[in-house]
Write a new protein. Structure first.
Ligand code: NAD
Length: 315
């Protein structure tokens, strides 16, 4: 049994990771100050192998028991959060990552940084391979998130090269599933909420911009495989099937049986035109690839989350 520390463990992805690690027989220490996460995401976990520490990782923190693997997921992640919390986002990516890497070093633990496809910015290469350096606007409103993650990647490699920490970096592409917050501003929760309410589905711009969407179970399997590997360089994890936003809206209408119509709204600043991971490295190094199609993932999300949760109706 390994002891895993999960920063951001009360968030959307972190809580699914905690569930899966416990299911595999590991012990989990969840470190989360609930800045954008919620106790609702972990309230179902009632086993002695799980502990939640309400700690802000931008301050130095310590854990007084051995730790084998550190999964560093804490960070505001959706535009609505990092635009509201720009300085906090930069602090979590910098101080928070420093403190968490320091902890991994102290415990001689394997470390995994949850990075993002946003490090590629509005990419000029398509699909995005890990050796593409990106096209990011450092002074635009999204710069706080993109540059925090780029800094966190540089810091992770420095701890590896200079301090000998056993590090890994996953570049996560858009992921969806139960426990997404209905009002977090991302396309899938917004479209699902609107469709389930039979209200118009709001597509930014003409809807021709593309994204790829990975179901959460596939992503968690990929993250755990990467942590279990010996790889140090970044690995993309995401679903390479590409959809326009208009196609996504149509899939959501189909999965929900909604009567919603599609309407168009202004495009946000620096909204990337295309996004699709090249997952050749994940296939080769981890033997990983996604298994859940978009239609199936949407159905599972609706079934498992339930309509009330997706509509944001408080219990
Ligand atoms: P989330 O907001 O649901 O989870 C983030 C968690 O971090 C929250 O529970 C929050 O309370 C916690 N947190 C924030 N600041 C903290 C602090 N100072 N101290 C302790 N805890 C803190 O977001 P998510 O979608 O689950 O994303 C998790 C990670 O995955 C993030 O690092 C994000 O950048 C990355 N990621 C997610 C996606 C995606 O599609 N969801 C895509 C790319 C990358």
């Amino acid at each position: 049994m390994a002891t895993c520390l999960v920063t951001g463990g009360a968030g959307f992805l972190g809580s699914h990771l905690c569930d899966e690690l416990l299911r595999r027989g590991d012990r989990v220490i969840c470190v989360d100050n609930l800045e954008t996460g919620s106790l609702v995401n972990i309230e179902h976990i009632r086993v002695p192998e799980f502990v939640h520490l309400n700690v802000d990782i931008t301050e130095p923190y310590f854990v007084d028991e051995p730790v084998d693997v550190v999964f560093h997921l804490a960070s505001p992640a959706s535009p609505i959060d990092y635009l509201r919390l720009p300085l906090h986002t930069l602090k979590v990516g910098s101080y928070g990552t420093h403190h968490t890497l320091g902890l991994a070093k102290l415990h001689r633990a394997r470390f995994l940084l949850a990075s993002t496809s946003e490090v590629y910015g509005d990419p000029k290469e398509h699909p995005q391979r890990e050796d593409y350096w990106g096209h990011v606007n450092s002074v635009g409103p999204r710069g706080v998130y993109d540059e925090a993650k780029r800094y966190a990647e540089a810091l992770t490699m420095a701890y590896h090269r200079q301090q000998g920490v056993d590090t890994s970096i996953v570049r996560i592409f858009n992921t969806y599933g139960p426990r997404m917050r209905p009002h977090d501003g991302r396309a899938i929760p917004t479209f699902l909420r609107q469709a389930l309410d039979d209200r118009p589905i709001t597509v930014f711009g003409d809807g021709a911009q593309t994204r790829s969407f990975c179901y959460v179970d596939d992503l968690i399997r990929g993250i755990i495989a990467l942590a279990g590997s010996r790889e140090h360089l970044p690995v993309n994890i995401g679903n390479p099937e590409e959809f326009t936003l208009l196609e996504l809206a149509e899939k959501v209408i189909e999965a929900t049986g909604s009567r919603s119509e599609i309407v168009h709204e202004a495009l946000p600043v620096d909204d990337p035109q295309q996004r699709r991971p090249d997952i050749a490295r994940a296939r080769e190094i981890l033997g990983w690839e996604p298994q859940v199609s978009l239609g199936e993932g949407l159905r599972r999300t609706i079934d498992q989350a339930g309509t009330e949760a997706l509509l944001g109706i408080a219990r």
